[in-house]
Design a binder for this molecule. Structure first.
Ligand code: UDP
Length: 398
């Protein structure tokens, strides 16, 4: 296995929007230290990926352009292309993030090419085969990686329960770094803030805003129809803002069921700055997104999770989120309760940081660059899982 010299580069492989958001802080921090970070786009999500990277002033150094509908086709095409690139560039580490087909392909390619592998956001488990294939991807990558960056103590415990104990570091989730970075930029840059809100500047402000996102494979078909029916019903009492995922299996039913409905605002997928601005402005979020489940507590945005189980239980424990599933009546009842009971809303809107404190990238890079004669920084303590600080309450938005 290639050890990589002290000056060798670190290769980051990413393909989807959440991978772009969550690896951007690592790439920025690595480059700020004067270290070579090579960013490889697999092509899995073309526009949403590029847009998310652009929000951080980044572009991919290599774009493999592999876009296929099925995960097996993505993995099958990517592995030899990535292995070839890794052999040519000889990075000291390959870093993959999360649970996508690009994650698995990057991990396999690194190991076939004999280069050390690091997994960011390791150890998230539902303990079931749902979501599929994501849970399987995460478990397989845990068997391959030399370094496992668990966002929370619970994620590290899940790895230990599978016998993965060496090379595990609890760091917080780098998605919280990205969020706090973007929230601060929005606060300090009026031009950016104005541009960010432009896609939803037309939405009336008299009623509360419910932000909704839905895209997961396990929520398609009948479950998606039930969620959309619930959103249609809630439009009688709130403005519904729904950035529509471009997948035809999502966008088709969304337009058929909610297109033209008064009080429902179908938006394009938003650039990251716009989406953060929308979270800051909304009274409630309904989502099946992993990243949004992590971001909402940090912003004090009450969150209803449209799934039957979650690999991110920390937001439930902190009281910021509820698991409501995908039944129409349950979703409507829960959303009404949160919007009409001011005391309940206030409890769920207390900002909390169960997923990270915004220093995950620095902790992860510190480990990646060890032993570090060239790293002058002090080693950072690992993330304890409790908030070192809490962000300011966002109650002003309502
Ligand atoms: N996001 C975004 N624009 C949108 C919707 C979401 O930038 O219109 C961001 C969101 O803030 C989070 C990430 O995309 O950081 C989540 O991605 P997604 O829901 O697609 O994937 P998941 O997190 O479920 O893997």
């Amino acid at each position: 296995m290639s050890a990589g010299g002290p000056e060798s580069s670190i290769m980051f492989i990413a393909g989807t929007r959440p991978e772009a958001v969550k690896l951007a802080p690592l790439v920025l921090d690595m480059r700020a230290q004067g270290r070579a970070a090579v960013l490889v786009a697999t092509g899995q999500h073309r526009e949403m990926f590029g847009e998310a990277l652009a929000g951080f002033g980044l572009v991919a150094d290599h774009d493999l352009g592999v876009m296929a509908a099925q995960p097996d086709a993505v993995v099958g095409q990517l592995v030899p292309m990535l292995a070839d690139l890794i052999r040519r560039l000889e990075p000291g580490f390959v870093v993959v993030q999360g649970d996508t087909s690009s994650t698995l392909a990057g991990a396999l390619a690194a190991r076939y090419a004999g280069v050390r592998l690091a997994h960011v956001e390791a150890g998230l488990r539902t303990g079931t085969d749902d979501p599929h294939p994501e849970e399987m991807h995460r478990k397989l990558v845990a068997q391959m990686a030399q370094l496992h960056f668990a966002p929370t103590p619970a994620a590290a415990a899940a790895l230990a329960a599978e016998g993965v104990r060496d090379g595990v570091h609890v760091t917080g989730n780098s998605g919280i770094d990205a969020l706090l970075l973007m929230a601060a930029r929005l606060e300090g840059d009026a031009g950016l803030a104005d541009a960010a809100v432009a896609p939803f500047a037309h939405v009336p402000k008299g009623r509360p805003w419910i932000l909704a996102t839905i895209h997961r494979r396990e929520n398609r078909g009948r479950r998606l129809a039930a969620v959309l029916a619930a959103l249609g019903e809630l439009a009688d009492e709130a403005e519904i803002l729904l950035p529509v995922h471009p997948s035809p299996a999502v966008a088709g039913p969304v337009r058929a069921m909610l297109g033209g409905r008064v009080g429902v605002h179908l938006l394009p997928p938003l650039p990251y700055a716009g989406f953060v601005a929308l979270m800051l402005r909304s009274a409630l979020v309904l989502t099946d997104s992993g990243g949004v489940q992590e971001e909402a507590p940090a912003l004090g945005l009450p969150c209803l999770v449209l799934r039957d189980g979650t690999e991110r239980p920390e937001g439930l424990a902190s009281g910021n989120a509820w698991l409501v599933g995908a039944q129409r009546a349950a979703i409507v009842a829960a959303a009404r309760a949160v919007l009409t009971d001011a005391a309940l809303h206030a409890r769920m809107a207390v900002p909390a940081l169960p997923y990270g404190d915004g220093s995950a990238a620095a902790r992860i890079n510190d480990v990646l660059l060890r032993p570090g004669p060239t790293s002058s920084r002090q080693r950072l303590e690992s993330w304890s899982g409790s908030a070192a600080h809490r962000p300011q309450s966002q109650a002003a938005r309502r």
